[in-house]
Design a protein around this ligand. Structure first.
Ligand code: UT7
Length: 327
């Protein structure tokens, strides 16, 4: 019989430097008012020069291991969800392994854009449920500042850097991760991507001159799909668990835009107090958004033992998903 799997500890890390909307006013043709009213974001953290995704991920991982009361050598698998790996290869999880000394772990990355953390969580859950792993570090970490076009006001105002991590373990008390729904639609890949630097357009002087190594987004289209896919996934995941929105103690959505989050809450008929939002101070951190918000919610006492927690995400691909847990 499959074992129940729970989050045994959470951790996060945000780089020191803060970039405010007022700073952005000096970089592109924008205003604090536009950014805040259109997105809900006031400021975001930006990694230092030389600070890579794995450095942030390792800091978040150490905090999560401390919270779980585990040493690094008890970890038998590390999965990092990221679209900003340290290098094309080796994978970022291997760099994290090296930095935290998790010598017993096997390591790989999952690339599902902003949905990466939830996809990784689902993979890890299945390994543990089937008895193939005991303790897994699942990390969402991004240095989005490294793929942001700082001359494109339509995107550069939205993103931030950071990392969040959880330790997943088997549990005999409580239901842990109860259900999830995942989906993808590759037909819509052009609405949100980094076109250059891969095998389709390998890096060349031309791709750099054409700025293909930066993130491209058709914001308004992405917005519509994000609202629809996240509300559908959340509804289906709750139904799968025999629950309704009223049963949920805390909804942690991908922190892309306050207007997207509010639209989903309204479609789900969720009360304002049920939804956790931290994007005002961190922006959209892609795969790191949910685990950083989760760590904040847990450490501040917003999530308590026995609460039903709902994660819901959406990102490039398109990819999306929702997971339901008993805390
Ligand atoms: O992480 C997962 C994926 N990402 C998302 O889910 C993000 C989804 N999209 C969004 O959050 C929103 O579409 C944005 C925040 C990106 C944009 O908001 P919007 O309400 O969809 O605005 P828009 O793109 O339709 O642009 C409205 C106007 C345009 O001017 P015109 O054509 O009306 O004259 C833009 O050129 O706002 C202009 N604009 C700006 N003005 C000041 C675009 N960016 C800026 C800016 N400052 N930074």
């Amino acid at each position: 019989m499959a074992r129940a799997v729970r989050i045994a500890g959470t951790g996060s890390y945000l780089p020191e430097k803060i970039l405010t909307n007022y700073d952005l006013e000096k970089m592109v043709d924008t205003t604090h008012e536009w950014i805040f009213t259109r997105s809900g974001i006031s400021e975001r953290h930006i990694a230092a020069e030389g600070e890579a995704t794995s450095h942030m991920a390792a800091n978040a991982a150490r905090n999560a291991l401390d919270a779980a009361g585990l040493k690094a050598d008890a970890v038998d698998m590390i999965i990092v969800g990221t679209i900003t790996p340290d290098m094309v290869f080796p994978n970022t999880a291997c760099f994290v392994q090296d930095q935290i000394g998790a010598t017993q772990a096997f390591c790989f990355d999952v690339e599902a854009a902003c949905s990466g953390f939830l996809y990784a969580l689902d993979i890890a859950k299945n390994y543990i449920a089937n008895g193939a792993a005991e303790n897994v570090l699942v990390i969402g970490a991004e240095k989005l500042s490294s793929i942001t076009d700082w001359e494109d006001r339509g995107t550069c105002v939205l993103f931030g850097d950071g990392a969040g991590a959880v330790v997943l373990s088997a549990t005999e008390s409580g239901r842990g991760i109860m259900g999830n729904v995942m989906g993808s639609d590759g037909r819509l890949n052009e609405l949100l991507n980094v076109p250059g630097g891969g095998s389709r357009h390998p890096t060349s002087h031309q791709t750099v001159d054409d700025r293909l190594h930066y993130m491209k987004m058709t914001g308004r289209e992405v917005f519509k799909h994000a609202v629809r896919c996240m509300s559908d996934a959340a509804t289906r995941a709750l139904k799968q668990c025999g629950l309704t929105v009223a049963d949920v103690g805390c909804i942690i959505p991908h922190q892309a835009n306050a207007r997207i989050v509010n639209a989903i809450a309204s479609r789900l008929k969720a009360e304002e107090g049920q939804v956790y939002m931290n994007l005002e101070h961190v922006g959209n951190m892609s795969a790191a958004s949910v685990p950083v918000a989760l760590d904040e919610a847990v450490r501040s006492g917003r999530i308590k033992s026995g609460d039903i927690v709902l994660f819901v995400v959406f990102g490039g691909g398109f990819t999306w998903g929702a997971s339901v847990l008993e805390w």
